[in-house]
Write a protein that binds this ligand. Structure first.
Ligand code: GLC
Length: 749
């Protein structure tokens, strides 16, 4: 553990301040500079020495509590356990839901009603009716009923649904630094979810991604807790509202995730080990819960990662507890439900119980005893035995009935607060089945506003921007006309792949937006059509990914052009056009900050566009300064200047004496960010960086960030290899050796 406290030395401070980083609004008088040059962040974000008790905006209703007691007292053990099971849509029929008296289901990314990717709002609502009605029938002779719920990942709009508005992913929203807009996005998203007859969205993600190698960086608003804290409550309020909103037909149950520390795993390994202290867990990783739960979020989702702190005691009794959060009675019961006072329900992640040593997806009393209330046990071959196993484990005393009653009490409470006993079946609800709500002009305009506000202008040499309407544009790069690179993961499919523009009716690619702005006759894609005055707009970017699929591995770096052959081609395009003497405006679509020094050197303007969604018109609005549109986005993540500056986080300045954990880099040294948290240019500010952005030092490292030295020079071979067969076989020889080496290392560890 590196105990050298990071002090904001004059150099670092001046870099941060000179790069135009408005850490807080100019008129925010709550920030101050202490005598030793440590900037104290505005006190909207308190510092916690202990877990705080959170007063939820959704208050206890004594009538609801008494109704819960009456129903609970009548339920059989089987009925109670049925409430705790949540299969995936593809693995449960309405008949099975009726037979097992299930409480809810989810549709995972890429699961649609009857497998129809283009299902309409009415199709979704009709499918919801089938389960709703099945459960109505299941309780017909019981003198009471327990309504069914359907949950979905509407995490950047209602993104699994054909025709829905797809907003920028959270990383872009974080750059917008506009909490009020977040509330509006929540409200719009909730309406689109309600239009399909669904009840609950697994959003917002309130992770604090600390290592850019993580495949889920883009799902986090920021690496720093301040924006996350300011946003989480707004998104929850927008999606769900308070007591009244939650009961209405136009808002849905909100779910903060993933509890806790998902963004703090070592080396950014998805579902990996979090070694942060409890103090930092509270003040960096839990900030979004403090505001999200205060705003009334009714669900918390447990996280796949483990937490390696002594406080996370072994309640499993197996002696082999691997500190996985899904099995942490300390974090789920003692802290979340106890100290924070959370009275909603806790849902596992996708078979998350399986992560606990000794558990399988179908058998895990340890996860029940830790305090999870609903189990996302997705496959039929797992959820049915899981159901039987829990019943048996209650009967044999492995699980106390009081634990089951706590879980079901919370489930009934959330359902009653959502007014499910009084709502009609899904398709009869006021917004349900209304396709006009999906992708409405109003919502698309909001997504366009968000896309504009999410852009961060990193370079604008000689004010090459704004572009002029009479300039001819040569459009190039892999992201020029590729909607998938704009929408990223969690877009119709889990990975955001296997989609075409036809899967997103009403969507606008960058090419479409440019043609709409200046006329197709002024947008060229054939290099032979260019003249000496033609401006090159080069759109480059990452292919879409989700979760661990997007993890950058030990043998790789965060160098964009190193990761894939196609990405190297993007760099080559930028360099080629620069070498031709053209003005080059580069737009970078990515799920995270990456090392792009050579791309920046060869660009006259460089824009971080993140994953802006379906409304690329928001990009051209800024490029052309339409109606005075300016670049107002500011980095909510530090921008790396070397191939392995993977954890150069803004030091949470309100944590006095913050020390850099050994796996995080001390940003006062080689890992000083190229652009600090809060950096961003605008037409008003103009080019202000005091760094020569034409001659950035290129990092010559030729081995991965998780390696100490090169492996025969093949270490940074791209993820995909399109070189000749010989090299490919060499590649696999290398991988085989590497794998064998890894296995050996593992065995010898
Ligand atoms: C995934 C994700 C979680 C998502 C869930 C349901 O594994 O970790 O964020 O809500 O499964 O799709």
């Amino acid at each position: 553990m590196n105990n050298t406290p990071i002090k904001f030395t004059p150099i670092l401070l001046s870099t941060l301040l000179l790069t135009g980083c408005p850490f807080f609004d100019d008129d925010d008088d709550s920030s101050s500079q202490s005598s030793d040059n440590t900037i104290i962040v505005s006190d909207s974000l308190a510092y916690y020495a202990e877990w705080p008790t959170i007063e939820s905006k959704v208050t206890v209703d004594t009538d609801i509590e008494s109704q819960i007691s009456v129903i609970l007292g009548q339920m059989t053990l089987e009925e109670k356990v049925g409430q705790m099971i949540q299969p995936n849509l593809d693995d449960v029929t309405p008949e099975e839901a009726k037979q097992y008296k299930l409480g809810s289901l989810l549709n995972g990314g890429g699961s649609w009603p009857d497998g129809d990717k283009h299902a309409s709002a009415a199709d979704w609502a009709a499918k919801a009716d089938e389960y709703w009605t099945a459960l109505d029938e299941a309780y017909a002779d019981r003198g009471f009923k327990v309504p069914f719920m359907w949950a979905t990942d509407a995490v950047h709009g209602h993104n699994n649904v054909f025709g829905a508005t797809v907003f920028p992913h959270n990383i872009g929203l974080g750059a917008a630094n506009d909490p009020e807009m977040i509330n509006r996005i929540g409200k719009a998203t909730a309406k689109e979810v309600a239009a399909t007859g669904l009840d609950w969205t697994f959003a917002p993600t309130v992770a604090a991604p600390r290592d850019y190698r993580w495949g889920r960086v883009y799902e986090g608003y920021s690496e720093d807790p301040e924006i996350i804290f300011n946003y989480a409550g707004q998104m929850v309020d927008g999606l769900q509202g308070g007591n009244e909103g939650l009961k209405s037909d136009s808002q849905v149950i909100s779910n903060v995730k993933h509890w806790v520390g998902d963004g703090g795993t070592q080396d950014g390994v998805d579902r990996g080990e979090n070694h942060y202290s409890e103090e930092y867990m509270m003040n960096i990783h839990a900030a979004g819960y403090f505001s999200g739960l205060k705003a009334g979020a009714q669900v918390v989702m447990s996280s796949f990662n483990s937490w390696h702190d002594d406080a996370n005691y072994d309640q499993t009794g197996t002696g082999e507890y691997n500190k996985k959060v899904h099995g942490s009675k300390y974090l789920i019961t003692d802290v979340l439900k106890g100290k924070l006072g959370f009275d909603g329900l806790v849902v596992t992640d996708w078979n998350g119980q399986n992560e606990i040593n000794g558990c399988t997806s179908s058998n895990c009393p340890e996860a029940v005893n830790a305090g999870n209330d609903i189990f996302m046990v997705t496959a039929r071959t797992d959820w049915q035995p899981f159901y039987e196993n829990v019943i048996a484990q209650v009967n044999d005393g492995t699980i106390e009935m009081s634990r089951i009653d706590d879980a079901v009490t919370r489930i009934l409470r959330v359902k009653m607060r959502a007014n499910l006993w009084n709502k009609p079946k899904p398709s009869d609800r006021s917004l349900a089945g209304n396709d006009a709500i999906l992708g409405s002009d109003e919502h698309r305009a909001l997504a366009r506003e968000a896309a504009t506000k999410s852009l961060v202008l990193l370079k604008n040499k000689d004010s090459v921007l704004p572009l002029q309407a009479n300039q001819q544009i040569y459009l190039a790069g892999s992201a020029a006309d590729d909607l998938q690179k704009q929408t990223g993961g969690w877009s119709l499919t889990w990975q955001g792949t296997e989609n075409t523009i036809d899967d997103f009716p009403g969507a606008t690619t960058l090419k479409m937006a440019l043609e709409a702005q200046v006329g197709a006759e002024n947008v060229f894609t054939d290099i032979n059509d260019v003249t000496e005055d033609t401006i090159a707009v080069v759109a480059i970017g990452e292919d879409p990914y989700a979760e661990f699929v997007g993890d950058i591995k030990d043998h790789q770096t965060i160098g964009f052009a190193d990761l894939k052959t196609a990405y190297a081609a993007d760099l080559a395009t930028v360099k080629e056009l620069k070498a031709r003497g053209m003005k080059v405006v580069t737009i970078f679509f990515s799920g995270r900050p990456m090392y792009v020094n050579e791309e920046i050197n060869n660009s006259d303007a460089f824009i971080a566009a993140w994953l802006p969604g379906t409304e690329a018109g928001g990009i051209t609005d800024a490029l052309y300064q339409v109606s005075g549109t300016d670049f107002t986005g500011r980095l909510s993540y530090s921008w790396p200047n070397t191939l392995c500056s993977t954890t150069i986080n803004r030091v949470p300045m309100n944590i006095e004496g913050y020390v850099t954990p050994e796996w995080e880099q001390d940003i006062s040294g080689e890992h000083m960010p190229l652009f600090a948290y809060g950096y961003g240019l605008s037409y008003a500010i103009g080019e202000e960086s005091d760094v020569d952005l034409d001659n950035l030092t290129l990092d010559s490292r030729d081995y991965g960030c998780g390696q100490d030295q090169p492996d025969d020079g093949l270490a940074t071979i791209p993820m995909e290899s399109t070189v000749k067969r010989l090299a490919v076989s060499l590649h696999y020889v290398f991988l085989a050796r590497q794998t064998a080496g890894r296995v050996l290392m593992y065995l010898l560890r």
